[in-house]
Design a binder for this molecule. Structure first.
Ligand code: BGC
Length: 244
């Protein structure tokens, strides 16, 4: 069983065909820059271009950086506001000519980690966080996802946590790893107090460099990097396309 997994991010749109039984990428992923402003039609056209490059005709799963209910985009923090209220399943399906199913990017990345990665065979409360342009959260209890949680928007010092502790915030503010780890620690401490999780899984592009900041954190909860690192979004999107 295969599906094309697409991960739409603030800076890049990535995709690859995935074996949904094993979580393996079946070809090298393609990455195209997210078009300026990330408006609906230009983004959909990039997804269609990626599908075309793989001569794809089957199902497509898409991780999108916003809460999504039955395909409808509910809010837009890091993409154009034109997405709000739009049926994204329909937009991507009509533009690509393939059946598309869209879910929140962090939720689908979490699904990949729970199925095949750092959360495999783990029970209790597990929080997957994606640190990228924003902060995405996916919360699982005994393997069940509570969808569309938006704890990247938790307020810290009157600002959204993602504004202070995302990977983009580290770059924007030119933070050393030590300073960045301190901000992330404050945020994760807050999350600990709210959820008492058993495990944090850290994903997003920055997770490739986990050795630079995970050892600097001082938390009660065990914390590990995502096993798929930056590919969790692609694998999870493909898995999500198979859900009823
Ligand atoms: C969005 C979330 C998304 C996260 C990571 C946030 O700004 O509101 O829906 O999961 O960024 O992309």
């Amino acid at each position: 069983m295969q599906a094309l997994g697409i991960d739409i991010g603030g800076s890049g749109i990535k995709g690859a065909p995935v074996n949904v039984r094993t979580g393996e990428l079946l070809a090298e992923r393609i990455r195209i820059e997210t078009p300026e402003g990330a408006k609906p039609q230009p983004v959909a056209e990039i997804v269609a271009e990626i599908a075309k490059s793989f001569k794809w005709k089957g199902q497509i799963g898409i991780g999108f950086p916003a809460p999504i209910k039955r395909g409808i985009v509910m809010m837009a923090a890091n993409v154009s506001k034109k997405w709000i209220g739009l049926n994204s399943d329909e937009l991507f399906s009509s533009t690509t000519g393939c059946a598309c199913k869209v879910g929140n990017d962090a939720d689908v990345a979490g699904m990949a980690e729970m199925a095949f990665g750092a959360g495999k065979d783990q029970s209790g409360t597990i929080i997957m966080l994606t640190l990228g342009t924003g902060i995405g959260t996916a919360i699982f209890y005994n393997g069940h996802l509570l969808p569309n949680t938006e704890f990247g928007h938790l307020k810290m010092k009157d600002e959204d946590a993602e504004y202070r502790a995302s990977a983009a915030a580290r770059k924007r503010d030119g933070l050393s790893w030590k300073k960045y780890a301190k901000r992330l620690n404050n945020y994760l401490n807050e999350m600990e107090k709210l959820f008492w999780p058993d495990l944090f899984i850290i994903g997003g592009g920055i997770s490739k460099r986990h050795e630079n900041f995970l050892p600097l954190l001082d938390l009660q909860t065990k914390i590990v990097p995502a096993q798929f690192q930056n590919e969790a979004g692609i694998v999870g999107a493909a898995l999500f396309s198979q859900e009823k």
